[in-house]
Design a protein around this ligand. Structure first.
Ligand code: PGA
Length: 281
């Protein structure tokens, strides 16, 4: 991150791992391992499975842990006959701040399409939470040179409903420095594969995303949106992947499951933020 106004966000997507007891242990250990210095520069969120959300929320609230609660998914509807789904209002009641929307696993394995991404992102905002809208090209699209086109299309389609309801993106006091919207750039081929793009490629993609955001929601809001990188992030590559001026954080899967490696990534992100601040002076 080089933009002074945007605080880094390091988000841990626990996917279908950690039952509620493992989740309690992990978030407790994570809080111990996050230094005050790291937390002064980086916001850290965890996104447990639905069954663990209530437990993790209770631990965070009871002990005042410096970790923000996130979820991995929700329904676009407020309520109704949707067997197996979880409503955005239910997450808001648990103190959830960030909700992943349109993760590539939801798109590929559960048929989530752009229209549902758009309505879910708007629903999350309507309930006062912040959507983390995930976009990214597949390996084939990248080989065909279609990365820019795909990112632009996904941002524009995924934000279509929010773009039509600017009041939902107006900042609140709590969120005054950042827009209440996060976009995660996650190349599908990099998720869980151990492969990552170069720092230059991540920055180029983040710049494309920011340009598409400006078209969708206006330049001022776009400048305040945090853009995360996700896909095979670990403590060794975190600082490098964050080097670009449009990259404002990380979405971490596998390496967020253990408190030690996730805290190390947050600490690397804080170091990168400090270095970027030094370059600005
Ligand atoms: P990974 O997952 O860090 O295990 O590659 C990232 C994600 O899917 O959000």
């Amino acid at each position: 991150m080089v933009h002074e106004r945007r605080r880094l966000l390091v988000a841990g997507n626990w996917k279908m791992h950690h039952d509620h007891l493992e989740a309690i242990r992990t978030v407790s250990e994570l809080a111990v391992r996050l230094s005050a210095d790291t937390l002064s520069r980086v916001e850290v969120s965890v996104h447990p499975a639905f069954t663990a959300l209530r437990s993790v929320q209770t631990v965070i609230e009871d002990r005042g842990l410096p970790v923000v609660l996130g979820a991995q998914h929700c329904a676009p509807q407020d309520q109704g006959a949707y067997t197996g789904e979880v409503a955005p209002g239910m997450l808001a009641r648990l103190g959830v701040r960030y909700v992943l929307v349109g993760h590539s696993e939801r798109r590929q394995l559960f048929g989530q399409d752009d229209a549902t991404v758009a309505s879910t992102a708007a629903a999350v905002r309507r309930h006062g939470m912040v959507p983390v809208v995930c976009v990214g090209e597949t390996e084939v699209e990248r080989e065909q040179g279609r990365t820019e086109e795909r990112l632009t299309a996904q941002v524009s389609a995924g934000l279509a409903e929010l773009a039509g309801a600017p009041a939902l993106l107006a900042g609140s006091d709590e969120l005054e420095r950042e827009a209440p919207l996060v976009v995660a750039y996650e190349p599908v081929w990099a998720i869980g594969s151990g492969a990552t793009p170069s720092a230059d490629d991540v920055q180029a993609a983040a710049a494309v995303v920011r340009g598409a955001l400006a078209d969708a929601v206006g330049g001022e809001t776009a400048a305040a949106v945090r853009i995360l990188y996700g896909g095979s992030v670990n403590a060794a590559n975190a600082a490098d992947l964050l080097a670009g001026p449009d990259v404002d954080g990380l979405l971490v899967g596998g390496a967020s499951l253990k408190a030690e490696s996730f805290a190390a990534i947050a600490s690397q992100a804080a170091a990168a933020a400090l270095a970027a601040a030094g370059r600005r002076r």
